[in-house]
Design a protein around this ligand. Structure first.
Ligand code: CDP
Ligand code: MG
Length: 731
């Protein structure tokens, strides 16, 4: 049954009136083949003229799909259970009409590229379809996500849809958090976790299907997973590459002309406006725009894209105070922040339906660009910035910078306004900016990041020839060399570039190689107990300290209490953790000391896992709390490549690859200025800063990393002439 003329199509298709059904989008699922498979493509033409064809076909097949034919929002029968309603939602997703064709294509091909509009159901539905079709009888379906928050929230949603408990049939696995069990057959995980699983299970024997989802994001781990070509591992392992409507041809070409299964989304028109003139403060502009929408536009939720947590918190605060100023003169505006480190209870709020008569404004990072779909968004406010990592292989500095987004991102962002009906997108930049200052696509992460952990992982997978690894887009050779150099300095690789015993142990930890080395080194210094506490505290990802605006002095004093002895921030973190543990992990203690309870709980979880990993690499848990020098030496062993020496003017110079850096103002050592320090990380704000700093004796560097430091590196004229007293004067 084909309804070729538009009129009958309109009659039958409840959506046909929507202009947004761009003509080439109307119900046309095509399976395209790359050049090499041209012949086969003739066998594979599923062309659905529109959804009605599918429904008709189902009716003919004896299925009753009346409900599906009239998916009118708001007319749900109140006697239906929540579960039944979820099932209906599933059937209304754009991917649903293509379910069987998709399954057939998967059956026929080992590797398939799947392309569909964001929010059309790829992530939540495809694993369920595979489950329903029996793929989970002989293995798991693994679905990777670039972000932990996406993996967690999607798994939660799918568990709901299947009516099962999260962690049973459906689970997720992200770094430091495994919510799966023996029973788990649908496993959502970060791409980084799959990479780690490959280390333990090189043929992925427990999987029947791997879906590399959100492939267009091109994260470092996704790119490495691509290069490993998992389809080669086992002929019966299905590999699905799923992506929003970008780059499909590129993926197909890369995977030996794998077929592309493309299905149409439901996209309504989005009215895009630019600013007539550039705006100096994009956050201000965003706040004004939100308020304008709220008071002058019809109901419908707003999505604002902001670069990061800090910006989100600022905008949230300002919006709240402005709203208070309006009093009851305006309708309710519910503000929902969403970013990676937000506690999951608060995250869940964003998905709750907006109460009638109110409006929701979602303040989100890039996370809402493609990985998360929030229903009900009608207005998008796009300031045009995101925070992205950049890496300078010459000096090894990685920084997070607020950068203009790409045109592809801008398109994705605006598309978020037109998912459930016509929408509006307010771009807070000029059309000229868009045309001239924005790149077409975001540079893949692999070309702008530190590669040390990836190189260590590849070496553990016995992939030695990195220069000839099949990268989709190769990283700069300089960055590879830099990674090899660091791993050599850490003793993870020998002179020949081969993985050492130390390197093998380091690879077991899901941490940056410098942190892993610090842990492995703690065996020698008999202080693994202390070191894993420090490593856990450094891995929390959100601030340990609570510093409310009206109590900053109190908070800062509380923080300095942990800095007695002036040996550094790492030791202070250790003291915080140990004191908290002594109070039996008391929440009250956290309040009294201006410490974030949530961060501490997370540190405790991470620490527990690190303790288990210690067992795996056969390092005993030993404590050496009375010998802080041992603890510091372990830290130096891990961060020896991050050493810096005090200069006359109170700044520091890094020992290798000279660069001027400063101690971060909130560090316990920022007023102490020791002669030599090692630091955890760089941050670039107004200056180059070192964050989490520990004092050391320079000869330790030669003692601990003799293959990397010689005496001449640590005792040059300048520092010798410096009277030691100067090192103690506040800046
Ligand atoms: O992966 P894709 O962008 O194609 O879509 P999806 O993530 O599978 O989302 C399909 C639908 O599921 C969305 O439109 C949301 O309505 C819903 N969903 C949800 O309610 N909560 C989530 N955490 C994820 C999806
Ligand atoms: Mg998705």
């Amino acid at each position: 049954h084909r309804y070729k003329d538009m009129d009958s199509r309109k009659k039958m298709n409840p959506f046909a009136e929507q202009e947004a059904w761009e003509d080439n989008q109307i119900g046309k699922a095509t399976l395209k083949f790359g050049a090499k498979n041209k012949q086969a493509s003739d066998d594979y033409q599923f062309v659905f003229e529109n959804q009605i064809d599918f429904i008709k076909a189902s009716v003919l097949a004896g299925e009753n799909c009346e409900d599906e034919m009239l998916p009118v929002a708001g007319q749900t029968n109140s006697t239906k259970s929540a579960f039944e309603m979820l099932q209906e939602d599933r059937k209304n997703l754009p991917i649903y009409p293509y379910r069987d064709e998709l399954l057939k294509a998967i059956e026929d091909h080992q590797v398939l590229v799947i392309v569909g509009e964001t929010g059309s159901g790829k992530t939540t539905q495809i694993p369920q379809y595979l489950h329903e079709a029996g793929y989970t009888k002989h293995g798991k379906v693994g679905c990777t996500q670039p972000r932990r928050i996406a993996a967690m929230s999607v798994a939660t949603r799918v568990a709901h849809e299947m009516g099962v408990k999260l962690g049973h049939d459906v689970g997720y696995s992200v770094r430091f958090e495994d919510c799966t069990s023996e029973k788990t057959v649908l496993k959502y995980m970060t791409d980084g976790m799959l990479l780690r699983e490959l280390l333990g299970e090189p043929d992925l024997a427990s999987y029947s299907v791997i879906i590399v989802d959100e492939a267009h994001e091109r994260t470092l781990s996704t790119d490495i997973l691509f290069g490993l070509d998992m389809a080669r591992l086992r002929p019966e392992l299905k590999l699905l590459i799923s992506s929003a409507t970008m780059d499909a041809e590129k993926f197909s070409n890369y995977f030996d002309a794998a077929p592309i299964f493309k299905f149409p989304g439901r996209r309504y028109p989005v009215d895009i406006s630019f600013l007539p003139a550039p705006e100096a403060d994009y956050m201000d502009a965003a706040i004004v725009t939100v308020l304008q929408i709220h008071v002058s536009e019809p109901l419908g939720d707003i999505l604002v894209f902001l670069p990061g947590q800090e910006e989100i918190e600022n905008v949230e605060e300002t919006l709240k105070s402005k709203i208070r100023g309006f009093g009851t003169k305006i309708r309710e505006l519910i503000i929902c922040p969403i970013y990676a480190n937000l506690p999951s209870e608060v995250q869940a709020k964003v998905f709750e339906p907006t109460p009638e008569g109110a409006r929701k404004v979602v303040l989100a990072t890039n996370i809402a660009e493609t990985s998360l779909t929030i229903d009900g968004i009608k207005y998008v406010v796009d300031p045009g910035f995101c925070k992205i990592k950049s890496y300078n292989p010459r000096n090894g500095i990685e920084s997070l910078l607020v950068t203009p987004i790409s045109k592809a991102s801008a398109t994705q962002r605006s598309g978020r306004a037109g998912r459930t009906g016509p929408g509006k997108c307010f771009r807070l930049y000029t059309a000229f900016n868009y045309q001239n200052d924005m790149e077409d696509n975001t540079v893949p992460e692999i070309q702008r990041t530190n590669l040390a952990s990836v190189v260590l992982a590849l070496k553990s997978l016995a992939i030695d020839d990195l220069l000839h690894f099949d990268f989709m887009d190769p990283p700069p050779a300089e960055a590879l060399v830099k990674a090899l150099e660091l791993l050599f300095a850490l003793g993870a690789l020998n002179k020949l570039g081969e993985l050492t015993k130390v390197g093998r142990k380091m690879a077991e930890f899901p941490l940056d190689p410098m942190l892993s080395k610090m842990i492995v080194a703690s065996e020698k210094y008999m202080c693994s107990d202390e070191i894993i506490s420090i490593a856990a505290m450094l891995s929390v990802g959100s601030s340990i300290f609570y510093r409310p605006k009206d109590k900053q002095v109190h908070a800062d004093n509380a923080r300095m209490n942990f800095h007695t002895g002036d040996v550094g921030d790492h030791i202070a973190l250790l003291k915080i953790y140990s004191s908290w543990k002594e109070t039996n992990y008391s929440t009250q203690w956290c309040y009294e000391n201006y410490i974030q309870v949530r961060s501490m709980k997370r540190a405790r979880d991470i620490r527990d896992q690190l303790e288990r990993l210690l067992e795996r690499v056969e390092i005993k848990v030993t404590t050496n709390l009375n010998d802080l020098d041992s603890v510091r030496k372990s830290i130096v062993a891990g961060f020896c490549a991050h050493s810096a020496k005090l200069e006359k003017n109170g700044s520091y110079r890094t020992a290798k690859h000279p660069l001027t850096v400063h101690i971060y103002p909130s560090s316990g050592l920022s007023k102490v200025l020791p002669r030599w320090v090692v630091y955890h990380e760089h941050v670039l704000t107004s200056k180059e800063y070192m964050r989490q700093v520990t004092e050391l004796k320079p000869n330790w560097l030669v003692e601990i990393a003799p293959h990397y430091y010689q005496l001449k590196d640590v005792e040059d004229g300048a520092s010798k002439k410096l009277p030691s007293a100067i090192g103690r004067t506040p800046a």
